[in-house]
Design a protein around this ligand. Sequence first.
Ligand SMILES: Nc1ncnc2c1ncn2[C@@H]1O[C@H](COP(=O)(O)OP(=O)(O)OP(=O)(O)O)[C@@H](O)[C@H]1O
Length: 243
Amino acid sequence: MNIVTNELTFYYGKKLAIDSLSLTLNSGFNVLLGPNGAGKSTLFAMLTGLYQAASGAIKINGYDLTLDRSNIMKSMGVVFQQSTLDVDLSVKQNLTYYAALHGISSTQALDNISDILAQLQLTTRLNDKVRSLNGGHRRRVEIARALIHQPKVLLLDEATVGLDIDSRKMITEYVGSLCQQRGICVLWATHLIDEIADDDQLIIIDEGKIKAQGLSADLCKKHKVVDVYQLYRTLTSSTEISR
Ligand SMILES: Nc1ncnc2c1ncn2[C@@H]1O[C@H](COP(=O)(O)OP(=O)(O)OP(=O)(O)O)[C@@H](O)[C@H]1O
């Protein structure tokens, strides 16, 4: 289970947004940390095949994204920054419709994620309209939906932005535990430093470039800083406080 990018470059017009970015991510919880405008969402759009690189290559689980996108999509789950749920449908309808797009029956879909729904405390909300759920519950539905086809790679773009502290904690802990339960490769983009643990694989990105990659605790030691906050301030152009 891995994601490999080789010398990826992407431009919006003349603006260079991703700059010769080479990265290898293995199974486990990988955090992509960067300030606003660093290139996180652009990289996600490239990893999901929505944007095409000006140059460079992406391989996911051994498949080349330009040659074999359909095989990659079969084993990839994505939670985008903006919600893509239909608020006028029930939780169950949102889940089963998405499953049908993957050729999975409603019964099989709910079976595939019954333990996930229970862990995310969604089992009793299946018949509720998404419109009636708060932001934290909507995010949980999106995570359950992204896992419905049992992907090997899960991408989450700023999945906890705007949520209350309890929902953020629950979601980060849950996604962290998924890596252990299912051995999948998770890429978690954030600019919230308190979501990063010492033993997380951390990739710091700024201005479309990788500034550091490694275990969070090791990177702090290497750069002689006391915590990830200091590391982030040292390695990026950010002046924002993102705790
Ligand atoms: N549609 C666009 N047209 C032109 N420039 C863009 C466009 N989208 C993004 N950019 C620029 O590309 C760079 C990378 O943006 P991107 O949205 O990928 O960053 P990000 O790290 O996801 O930021 P955020 O945390 O704010 O979502 C930024 O300088 C941004 O202004």
